[in-house]
Design a protein around this ligand. Structure first.
Ligand code: COA
Length: 260
């Protein structure tokens, strides 16, 4: 599929999705959110895509936030709808994909940008990255899951401070908070993400999809994560990947998993 604001490239089991509005620091307008939904869906449906990497184009920004020019004049109802639609189309959608998604945070990840990175399964940052939820400086609060996912990742007190001060933290601090798993120079960022993706690809995609479901269940209201784990664990026993994985171990050879 061809997109206006998004590039999608497949190579060696990895689909790399690049948000491509560098002149607007890759700010998320509604068209871009829809295109990202479509690109993620397309990659997830592709049997050959084992890992998805999302990054921003240019050297300055991952995403500098939701596009402020689009919502500056919204009413109460429109504001609520913006958050609900965005969460369903992109942020919750990405979090719940069974294909692993790595955020390669290559610069500013602010507001909706940090919220998008936090919806991904984990994050790797370049050393120039700056992250924050500046919404309260605009008289609004994070609306794409930021008030929920930031405390999950960094703890309530740090999230409170970041949201109240509307300030930015650098990559080093984000690493010390556990918000990003690795920090590297910008020109090494995608190579490191590819390397991590290659390690992931050696394992069962089917099992990884079930692990994502079980891990996410811990953060969902009304779900007992342990019960979800038991169910997903049991389901693994009915998969070809389980037969291959255990047979390969017993035959002292590398597993060759059938796929998604
Ligand atoms: N929405 C819409 N446009 C945005 C944007 C956003 N969130 N972030 C940046 N842009 C646009 C700017 O308006 C500017 O457009 P222009 O050249 O047509 O005037 C362009 O991107 C470049 O940004 P600029 O502000 O000139 O770059 P800078 O290096 O001086 O500052 C930032 C970089 C990230 C500090 C600054 O752009 C910023 O504070 N952005 C908003 C961050 C924010 O509040 N995000 C949360 C939104 S809820």
């Amino acid at each position: 599929m061809n997109y206006e604001n998004v590039l999608s490239e497949f190579q060696n089991g990895i689909t790399t999705i690049t948000i491509n509005r560098p002149k607007k620091l890759n700010a998320l307008n509604s068209d871009t959110i829809q295109e990202l939904h479509d690109a993620f869906e397309e990659a997830d449906n592709n049997e050959d895509t084992k890992v998805i990497i999302i990054t921003g184009s240019g050297e300055k920004a991952f995403v500098a936030g939701a596009d402020i020019s689009e919502f500056a004049h919204f009413s109460v109802n429109e504001g609520g709808q913006l958050a609900a639609q965005g969460q369903a189309l992109l942020f919750d959608f990405v979090e719940n994909l069974s294909t692993p998604v790595i955020a390669a945070v290559n610069g500013f990840a602010l507001g909706g940008g940090l919220e998008l990175a936090m919806s991904c399964h984990f994050r790797v940052a370049s050393s120039n990255a700056r992250m924050g939820l500046p919404e309260t400086s605009l008289g609004v609060i994070p609306g794409y899951g930021g008030t929920q996912r930031l405390p999950q990742l960094v703890g309530k007190g740090r999230a409170m401070e970041m949201i109240m001060t509307a300030g930015m933290i650098d990559a080093k601090q984000a690493f010390s908070y556990g918000l990003v798993n690795h920090v590297v120079e910008q020109d090494e960022l995608l190579a490191l993400c590819d390397k991590i993706a290659s390690k992931i690809m050696k394992n069962s995609s089917v099992a990884i999809g079930k692990a994502i479901k079980a891990i996410n269940a811990n953060y969902k209201d009304g779900k007992d994560g342990y019960k979800v784990e038991i169910k997903q664990f049991g389901k693994c026993f009915g998969t070809e990947d389980f037969v291959e994985g255990t047979t390969a171990f017993l035959e002292k050879r590398k597993a060759d998993f059938p796929g998604k």
